[in-house]
Design a protein around this ligand. Structure first.
Ligand code: CA
Length: 225
């Protein structure tokens, strides 16, 4: 993937670059808004976007990219106090957001799910044993029977399957899920309830119990013990 990192803190920018390059991506850096606006004339697969930039608001980059009508995945990274900006960013079409400070593993989990979407073309289907997911129609099948999921359960399943065999923290799952509704109203209970309902629906349809609880940490989607 070709990734643009828009970030004015040099240390964070270079640690992101190092990490993403290790993951096999091609990375370019922009430390200022003007620079980023110029660079997005070339297409990137993914943009990691800080909002607080020395010469303006990173949302400008988001606006420009969305006007270009290209299929670029955008993840906002910003400080906890810029909730309004985050909400506006998601309304403008960002794929996800991550609150600073964050773990690189958490960023990677979000990226995996965006890469799924960006890579996704036409009638591609995600298959995991007896489970089939059609991201464009939000359809889920178990052994060729349709499973009715809510939009949020679907999103959760896609997030899990994009990160199979990785441990996902409750905090990360909660933040990822809360992007669909405009507040910080997620709690451990809220996450637990959605995951429980998703598990129940899948198992009832004859699917394996793949969503494993990792006690005190979070969850892992896997077909091994
Ligand atoms: Ca900044």
């Amino acid at each position: 993937m070709k990734i643009l990192v828009v970030e004015d803190e040099p240390q964070l920018a270079s640690s992101l670059q190092r990490f993403l390059e290790q993951e096999g991506h091609l990375v370019e850096l922009a430390s200022k808004l003007a620079m980023a606006l110029h660079m997005v004339d070339n297409q990137f697969d993914i943009i990691i976007l800080d909002l607080n930039l020395p010469d303006g608001n990173g949302l400008e980059v988001l606006r420009k990219v969305k006007n270009q009508n290209v299929n670029t995945g955008i993840i906002i990274v910003s400080a906890r106090d810029s909730l309004d900006n985050k909400i506006e960013g998601l309304e403008l079409g960002a794929d996800d957001y991550l609150t600073k400070p964050f773990q690189l593993a958490e960023l990677n989990a979000r990226l995996k799910s965006i890469i799924r979407r960006v890579h996704f073309k036409g009638d591609d289907t995600i298959v995991f044993n007896e489970l089939k997911i059609h991201p464009d129609t939000l359809k889920v099948m178990v052994n060729d029977e349709t499973v009715d999921l809510t939009k949020r359960e679907f999103d959760l399943l896609l997030y899990f399957i994009s990160n199979k065999n990785r441990v996902l923290t409750k905090t990360g799952i909660g933040e990822h899920m809360s992007k669909d509704f405009m507040d910080y109203g997620y709690t451990d209970d809220f996450i637990y309830t959605h995951i429980k309902n998703l598990k129940k629906k899948l198992i009832k349809a004859g699917c394996g119990d793949y969503i494993k609880n990792i006690y005190g940490v979070g969850y892992r989607f896997t077909d091994s013990e």
